[in-house]
Design a protein around this ligand. Structure first.
Ligand SMILES: [Zn+2]
Ligand SMILES: [Zn+2]
Length: 321
């Protein structure tokens, strides 16, 4: 990456304090906006390509340029995991699919963004589709010009078209979307989601045992397919969706996961609408013994015994058997 060393450019005159739960995209946008600058200028200064998002390797330059807290930046900037180009570490969690994060396609709760004046790191997660406070879907498109939101907008609550972001109406969110969103919020607070979060909406309580990446992997495997026997392309792990499409994926996953508490026969009936490929991916990249155990249980109930694989945590599985 060819970017200018920190000493070749000056810091911006005003240093803003980040909010503890703010996203880096939001913080950069607020800092730039306060100086009449935009994300395009920042990318050019850092040597980033069009639409690229700052990562961990830019923390020194960003700390200097924005007069930002190095500790906050280092904790909040995402980094690519070396093992795979589609894997990220973000907010202390390993996520094995590009599609789990929305750095290039931000979404907001219109009410929160006006009230708080910033965007939350929580909204960077694709499976967070609803605001827990305002009980409606986040938006990722401008209701005026219809274009998708980007970070290259004039302010956190203003679209590229220059108009203030407004809601498209009260698109209410489902119980499954709220359960998954609340579980992700708990993980970001370094808390384990409570089992009742899922059981209260009829979903299996073992979802609370999964890592953040494991939870998203299982929800994707159960919700990606909309029609029986639909083929899931390898691009499913990188493909972005709109907020409404992600909400639909969570709703489908919620409906299908509820059926797991029924008989084995009904669980097997789910096999045409659950992606074996994506479930095997959870097995392959399981980050904890619970991830591995849950993925194996689900796979065997739907598709029969999973093939043997080597996993860094395979040896610990007997603890649970
Ligand atoms: Zn809100
Ligand atoms: Zn617009």
């Amino acid at each position: 990456m060819a970017y200018a060393p920190a000493h070749t450019f000056d810091s911006l005159p005003m240093g803003l304090d980040p909010e503890p739960d703010e996203s880096v995209g939001s913080y950069c946008l607020r800092s730039l906006s306060a100086h009449g600058l935009g994300m395009h200028w920042l990318r050019k200064t850092l040597g980033l390509t069009y639409s690229a998002h700052p990562t961990q390797e830019h923390w020194v330059e960003l700390a200097h340029l924005l007069q930002a807290s190095p500790d906050w930046l280092r904790a909040r900037l995402p980094s690519k995991l070396e093992s795979s180009s589609s894997s990220w570490s973000y907010c202390g969690h390993d996520l094995r699919a590009n599609c789990f994060l929305r750095f290039r396609h931000p979404q907001v709760c219109v009410s929160c963004v006006h009230l708080r004046g910033c965007c939350l790191a929580l909204w960077d997660f694709s499976f967070v589709t609803a605001c827990p406070f305002h009980k409606r879907l986040l938006i990722d498109h401008c209701s005026h010009c219809g274009k998708s939101l980007g970070w290259d907008r004039p302010a956190v609550d203003v679209c590229r078209c220059g108009r203030v972001l407004t809601s498209r109406g009260n698109i209410s969110s489902s119980a499954a979307c709220h359960a998954v969103g609340a579980a992700i919020a708990a993980h970001l607070r370094n808390e384990r989601p409570t089992a009742s979060l899922f059981s209260d909406v009829g979903m299996p309580s073992f979802l609370a045992e999964l890592s953040l990446g494991g939870l998203m992997g299982v929800v994707l495997a159960f919700g990606e397919i909309s029609k029986p026997n639909e083929w899931v392309a390898p691009s499913a792990i990188v493909r972005g969706h709109t907020t409404e499409q992600w909400a639909a994926i969570i709703d489908r996953a919620g409906d299908r996961l509820r059926q797991l508490d029924e008989s084995h026969q009904q669980a097997a009936d789910l096999s045409p609408v659950v992606s074996a490929t994506l479930l095997r991916r959870v097995l392959r990249y399981s980050l904890s013994v619970s991830d591995l155990q849950v993925a194996r249980l689900l796979y065997s109930r739907l598709f029969g015994p999973p093939f043997r694989r080597s996993s860094p945590i395979e040896g610990q599985l007997e603890l649970f058997e």
